[in-house]
Ligand binder design. Sequence first.
Ligand code: ATP
Ligand code: MG
Length: 482
Amino acid sequence: MQTNPQAHDTKSLLQKISAPIFKILADTAQQTNTEIYVIGGFVRDIYLERPSKDIDVVVLGNGIAFAEKVGQKLKTNVAVFKNFGTAMLKHADLEVEFVGARKESYRADSRKPIVENGTLEDDQLRRDFTINALAISLNKDNCGDVVDPFNGLEDLENKLIRTPLDPVVTFSDDPLRMMRAIRFATQLDFKIDEAAIEAIKSQKERIKIVSKERISDELNKIILAKKPSIGFNYLFDTGLLELIFPQMAKLYGVDIVKGRAHKDNFYHTLQVLDNICETTDDLWLRWAAILHDIAKPVTKRFEEGHGWTFHGHEDKGARMVPQIFSQLKLPLNEKMKFVQKLVLLHLRPIVLAQDKITDSAVRRLLFEAGEDIEALMLLCNADVTTKNEYKIKKYRNNFELVKQKLKDVEERDQLRNWQPPISGNDIMQTFGLTAGKEVGLLKNAIREAILEGDIQNSYDEAFGFMLKKAEELGLKAVKQND
Ligand code: ATP
Ligand code: MG
């Protein structure tokens, strides 16, 4: 059934596939007497008006042989993947992938199918979702026609993720599709069909046959969407989150003792994540939002006369980050360190904003956050999720003060990329020391004096201070200030 007349208008579709490559494909099809279709994500994205550079072409016959013909015509290289029966070439800024129409069947222990040649409909049936199974003919008789056996166009219109087959079969065959369903729902702001949700719930354990890397790829795509909470709500409600990222699922829930409840940290975290997505596209800053309160469940206490506390959750949370990154196969590099640092420091600007803002507290924050101070301030702003207008206003005002103060102190003291004005080497030469306890003591004392504002962040002041401090330690200079 066709609900969108525009969509069936062959002329407008042809216009949309007017790039020269389609003419070349259609000509080659005619000359070689081969039937071909553009299929999958590229077709879907035409309707959604999303730019896309990957064109999938399904060939009724030998996909690799057809690709090589097109390659000859374009005088361009064709990359052949014999094992997969696919071939790929690049034209202008487009990537065209060719595959023979195929029929797939699955075994229980693997998401890799047994493949045989099939019809166009077989090929559409093996696709994950109806909106990803749309095909456009590039054949002379019906060029530009949409082939839509599963009402994918209607689902596009209704913003629905639905599977061509029984969803239990679709998800059991290749459980990665459960993640893909949730990822597309998040990226496109679509709903997942009720039967498909039920199927994910019943097949969720099958996710265990999918590699961690593939799962995290999808997770990261969810996190990079405009509103990632859509995806995390699906992941949580279907029970997948518990399996792929249990620490996050544990944030869910509210305890009540003596009539006092704490906020639900799962929904709070989702709010913080959605908030930060309005100010940054950075995947790792978004991860910091996800992980900022990750240790709240394990640090939660009810203290008499005080209520709920989560003492040390920032510290414990930072220490949980490497384990979580490793479990999710995320990179264990400076990106992880960045996330760790933000989790550790996420309360600091708020605390600053609540107290009287002293220069030394600001200097310490700048010193510890370094280059990541702006990211930290964004995280803190996103962390304000109270509904109380008065409180929001107060926080935001105080934040502006903190920001101003950060700027002032930074301009004056230049602590962002702070390097000690006097190095360990300088200290050793001045006092004729070898590396050891005294050098560390002096270095720390100089740093503390600068952060406290007792001395300026300059070589001369630091040198003078060092001499005094050394005297207290009974050290004598063997070399003068130069
Ligand atoms: P995007 O490129 O935005 O991730 P896409 O739909 O193009 O979206 P690809 O992974 O590029 O996704 O796959 C291209 C097409 O191949 C899909 O549109 C779909 O028809 C099919 N496909 C991909 N992965 C699967 C899968 N796991 N199961 C079934 N069909 C799939
Ligand atoms: Mg694609």
